[in-house]
Design a protein around this ligand. Structure first.
Ligand code: SF4
Length: 514
């Protein structure tokens, strides 16, 4: 029997001094890997270490404060002789997060921090833990029209399949990355690569991916994507039809025909309802692709990284012909992409052949307006995890009561203090924007699985009613002075961080206070 640490509260059974003397190592049982750790070394996840025969947590617990002075964001040891004021605690200025809080997996003991506080005269409790998520994934939104890969195409990291392309959304391509099947259902290498990719993206770092039959991309939460080595700048103002609708009145009088090239819907002004409302003269343009409704064309070209997310570099290639009975020499044609990054100006000659000419300044002004209305292209990374399993045992003796209380909006769920969306239906499936979480909120264990913070806040009365671990409720002041309720393997330090001002403060949101 290998030596175990006291992290499970069973020291006499698993951590006898005879065992320690025999092996010179201590075992961490905070996850099923059960690392044996020599003095001065850390375990496989780098979260726990052996310091002089004691198992300690290496990284600090993150405590959020609504306001923070520059010199306060330092490491602070949990210590009864800390000389700091209780004022922020008593004024609902402090929130303890699950980042660095420790736990066991599966959860067979109360959560490490079950802290009480008062908000607007109501006794509150926040149950704080780290979830170890086997069932988890990242949903990544990449603001670009450029073709990244076909729907369902495999996404690879270092050659391993780690996800797939999912449905495109308005102006964005979407990836589904990670998930239990890649973490645990494939080879060891696939699982490890998936885990490392998720860790990096969750912690706001850049990751390079390749998509089968598509592009090579570099993505990072909160940053512009890089597609085939080119940094994306603009998110499209809308589809081609929407762009026609938005700018029709500004084009009127400046051009006789406007084509907005888009891989989804290419818009043609004079045929479009917007042009008809302006009584525009039909131009006789005949487009490639499949006509959806007047002035709206699908599939004018193949998807690609050229104009408007198509594969074209010559805009005229999507014009099939001109109706000689309708078009006229001197007709002024503007072709633009949905971002305005590509735009060309043509005039029909006597043979009704478009001849490129310099863009008139007044037309360029409208193109610039299209660009001005494009938002910066970003990558957004949402963590999606299932917290409806054993993690609930750290909160209550009767887990289904926690699930029901969350569905009844009696419990506010946050991840590192960031608001989490809880999916309807069964379980506790939470989704959170990693950019709203503290830096380096995520960790891993080599099972493989992702470690992520989660906090459940509710009134003390509701916590009692759902079968909470009342004997482990401590005040926030006590928690700050003495740390987690169990000592061995628990964090020894905490760190203040400023709460993100755009996040709702996790405590005090009705109907929690009811
Ligand atoms: S991987 Fe980390 S949490 Fe798991 S047993 Fe090893 S040190 Fe402990």
């Amino acid at each position: 029997m290998p030596e175990h640490t006291k992290t499970d509260g069973l020291p006499e059974r698993y951590n006898s001094s005879a065992d320690k003397a025999a092996t010179g190592k201590i075992a961490c049982n905070a996850c099923p890997v059960l690392c044996l750790i020599s003095d001065g070394r850390s375990g496989a996840c780098d979260r726990y270490a052996n310091r002089g025969g004691n198992l300690i947590r290496v990284d600090p617990v993150i405590f959020l404060r609504r306001t923070l002075k520059d010199d306060e964001s330092r490491l602070v040891p949990f210590s009864a002789d800390q000389a700091w004021s209780d004022e922020p605690v008593n004024n609902n200025e402090v929130f303890v997060t699950g980042v660095g809080s420790s736990t066991t997996y599966p959860d067979y003991k109360p959560a490490p921090f079950i802290v009480s506080s008062q908000v607007a005269g109501v006794d509150m409790v926040t149950v704080v833990t780290e979830g170890i998520f086997s069932y988890c994934s990242l949903k990544v939104k990449i603001d670009t029209d450029r073709f990244l890969g076909a729907e369902q195409a495999n996404v690879r990291c270092k050659g391993e399949v780690v996800g797939h392309v999912t449905t495109a959304e308005y102006g964005s391509q979407m990836l589904s990355l990670g998930g239990v099947h890649h973490l645990t259902g494939g080879s060891k290498k696939e699982g490890r690569t998936t885990m490392e990719m998720m860790l990096a993206l969750g912690n706001k770092q850049a990751v390079e991916l390749t998509i089968d039959g598509g592009s090579q991309i570099v993505i990072q939460a909160g940053k512009a994507p890089v597609v085939n080595g080119v940094e994306e700048k603009r998110m499209r103002v809308g589809c081609g039809s929407a762009a026609i609708g938005i700018f029709a009145q500004q084009f009127d009088g400046l051009a006789d025909e406007v084509v907005v090239v888009d891989d989804h819907i290419t818009g043609v002004l004079t045929e479009h309802q917007a042009g008809r409302c302006l009584d525009m003269r039909p131009s006789g343009i005949q487009m490639n692709g499949r006509k959806s409704t007047p002035g709206r064309y699908f599939q004018v070209a193949n998807p690609g990284t050229g104009w408007g997310g198509t594969d074209i570099s010559d805009p005229l290639s999507i014009i099939e012909a001109w109706d000689a009975a309708t078009a006229w020499p001197g007709l002024r044609l503007l072709m633009t992409s949905t971002t305005g990054e590509h735009a060309s100006w043509f005039v029909l000659d006597d043979a009704l052949k478009p001849i490129e000419q310099a863009m008139p300044p007044e037309v360029q002004t409208v193109i610039d307006r299209i660009g001005e209305n494009c938002e910066p292209s970003l990558c957004t990374v949402l963590f999606l995890g299932g917290a409806g399993g054993s993690l609930r045992a750290g909160v209550t003796d009767n887990p289904v009561l926690l699930t029901r209380a969350i569905k009844d909006a009696l419990v506010n769920v946050t991840c590192g203090g960031a608001p989490a969306y809880v999916w309807p239906g069964g379980g506790i499936t939470v989704m959170v924007d990693v950019m709203r979480m503290p830096d380096n909120s995520f960790g891993t264990v080599p099972t493989p699985a992702i470690v992520a913070p989660i906090e459940f806040s509710m009134s003390l009365g509701n916590y009692r009613a759902l079968g909470g671990h009342m004997a482990h409720v401590r005040t926030l002041s006590e928690a700050l002075r003495s740390g987690a309720w169990h000592n061995d393997g628990a964090p020894t330090n905490f760190q203040w961080q400023a709460a993100q001002p755009t996040n709702a403060w996790p405590l005090g949101t009705p109907p929690m206070l009811g």
